[in-house]
Design a protein around this ligand. Structure first.
Ligand code: 9MR
Ligand code: ZN
Length: 530
């Protein structure tokens, strides 16, 4: 149990949706399984397992118990004769509401430039207003001068703020809102009212957008600073105790393009609630885009004096493509569409990527293009992109089915790969929007299952949620606040091989939290909220 034992019967300990797939992984030989009611141990469903399936990367044999056909709400456990039982779980339509809410509130708790507080599971998490001196303009031509760069979210377990990572994060979160808005509006987040009149979800996104609007150079050129950080990471201290000088760094073309894309998304999503603010976002987007058009060559970010996160992209083509797509979607201006369509042949194949993160946002560009309700698209290209999205989703479904733990990123492990697993829900849900298919949404369920307990560690990867969640994430607040349990609702990055994740505070390569993979988690859960 919670003391540290693992169970041979592994599943999403949070629970299952009545109408969706329900699969457990059993790592000891077995032939039958039963679903039992928690209250009276009565058998409500029984079936035969399939397997064994051998999986090389974890070196395990596994049997699968599929009880998708059982759809009665209630609390249950799985009993596997000769092996043992699973942890208890619920079947209910509202099963993903609490994880979704907690994961979304985690963004609020990440806020910089303000005091934050929240109660969770008997603990009170709080910090005072931080980084109120953000930041020095030395690297943007204003030596020794402080310019307003307060606000936003801390990037991760560190307190830096990085434009490129803010880009994919907000892009993913705006897309979740555009696709799942009716369900999300029904979940109260209990946030402080910092954007009166806005839906709570957008209020949180506005907090980051407000900060991002401070990242362009003050000269009006449209160039955008790559990040706002100290020259090196702070120690394990609370954010209000982090008094090291922080700087706006030099610009990069990737940051500038990501900024343009996100500001275009912000403009159309905020328009109904604050048209003046929306206009400000759109003007900023157009200005940065115009700058990029005049400077077609890539301008990489060079670390120079900095040792904080580099977020260095290999090419800025996907970011430029994304900016064109979002500006077209927001304005309908044919020039942006022409830029987008003429740039597609030039992007690195394949058209749609299974495996993508902050360094490659072309999927976001292509998804916006196909999901658009606007006219004027090139019919052949549109058709080609739609087909590529469906083929890609079919591949993800097949890979998830072949993996004993339902992980569609099958076999690939690296820094932040749990985030990529969650992000594959975007590929699947966009495919589902083009051509509704239960296999796609069930693959999203599998992703949630995997992240919440159906994995080689028999643990949830999200702090405060599910069975044996991470206790020691690489997160400065969690380390420094004197509370045993970490700040809640955060997805940790995951192993860089199939079996080397450690729940260890010092291991930033496998156990850090970060906004880009948090946004992917929110997106995955948002699609399952009823
Ligand atoms: O998520 C980033 C990962 O893809 C890179 O391999 C890694 C090393 O450059 O950096 C990760 O991002 C970190 C960033 O640089 C600083 N803040 C914490 C981020 C998550 O670990
Ligand atoms: Zn701060």
């Amino acid at each position: 149990g919670p003391s540290g034992d693992t169970y041979p019967v592994r599943l999403n300990s949070v629970g299952f949706l009545p109408a969706k797939a329900k699969i457990a992984t059993i790592i000891q030989p077995c032939s039958q399984f039963e679903v039992k009611r928690l209250a009276d141990d009565s058998t409500v469903f029984s079936g035969k397992v399939t397997g064994p399936f051998h999986q090389k990367d974890v070196n395990q044999n596994a049997w699968l118990a599929d009880f998708s056909a059982f759809a009665d709400t209630g609390s249950y456990y799985l009993e596997v004769p000769g092996v043992g039982r699973s942890v208890a779980f619920r079947i209910s339509d509202d099963i993903f509401r609490f994880p979704y809410k907690t994961a979304m509130r985690a963004f609020y708790l990440w806020r910089c430039g303000t005091a934050v507080e929240g109660d969770f599971n008997g603990n009170h998490y709080a910090h005072a207003a931080c980084h109120l001196d953000d930041a020095y303009g030395d690297y943007t031509g204003q030596k020794g001068v402080i310019r307003n760069g307060t606000g936003g979210w801390h990037d991760a377990g560190d307190y830096g703020k990085y434009t490129v990572n803010a880009g994919i994060t907000l892009g993913t979160l705006f897309l979740a809102w555009e696709q799942f808005r009716p369900a999300l509006e029904n979940v109260k987040l209990n946030l402080p009212e910092t954007a009166p009149g806005f839906p709570e979800y957008l209020e949180e996104l506005k907090w980051e957008t407000d900060w991002l609007l401070k990242m362009p150079y003050p000269d009006g050129s449209g160039r955008v600073s790559h990040k706002l950080t100290r020259t090196n990471f702070a120690g394990f201290i609370m954010p209000e105790d982090d008094k090291g000088k922080r700087y706006f760094t030099e610009w990069s073309s990737a940051a500038t393009a990501d900024f343009a894309a996100v500001m275009a998304m912000a403009a159309r999503n905020f328009q109904p609630y604050d048209s003046v603010y929306a206009k400000k976002c759109l003007t900023a987007a157009k200005n940065s885009y115009a700058f990029l058009k005049e400077h077609p060559e890539m301008k990489p970010f060079e670390q120079g004096d900095f040792k904080t996160g580099a977020y260095k992209v290999k090419s800025d083509k996907s970011e430029r493509l994304w900016a064109a797509a979002e500006l077209w979607e927001t304005t309908g201006e044919p020039a942006y569409l022409a830029d987008f369509e003429s740039a597609v042949p030039d992007i690195h194949p394949p058209l749609i990527d299974s495996d993508w993160d902050w360094g490659n946002v072309k999927n976001l560009a292509l998804f916006t293009y196909v999901l658009s309700g606007r006219n004027g698209r090139n019919a052949d290209l549109l058709n080609r992109v739609q087909k590529a999205i469906l083929a890609n989703a079919d591949t993800l479904v097949a890979k998830g089915r072949r993996d004993i733990y339902g992980r569609p990123l099958a076999g690939r492990y690296y820094w932040g790969c749990n985030g990529t697993v969650a992000r594959q829900a975007v590929n699947l849900q966009v495919a589902n929007a083009i051509s509704p298919n239960r296999a796609y949404t069930n693959a999203v369920v599998s992703i949630a299952d995997h992240l919440l307990g159906r994995n080689v560690y028999d643990r949830s990867y999200v702090t405060g949620i599910g069975f044996r969640p991470p206790m020691h994430p690489h997160d400065r607040r969690s380390a420094a606040d004197g509370i045993e349990e970490p700040w809640p609702g955060y997805l940790v990055g995951g192993g860089r091989s199939a079996t080397n994740w450690q729940d260890k505070q010092s291991d930033y390569t496998t156990n850090e939290i970060a906004i880009n993979w948090q946004a992917a988690l929110v997106y995955a859960l948002a699609g399952l909220v009823n």
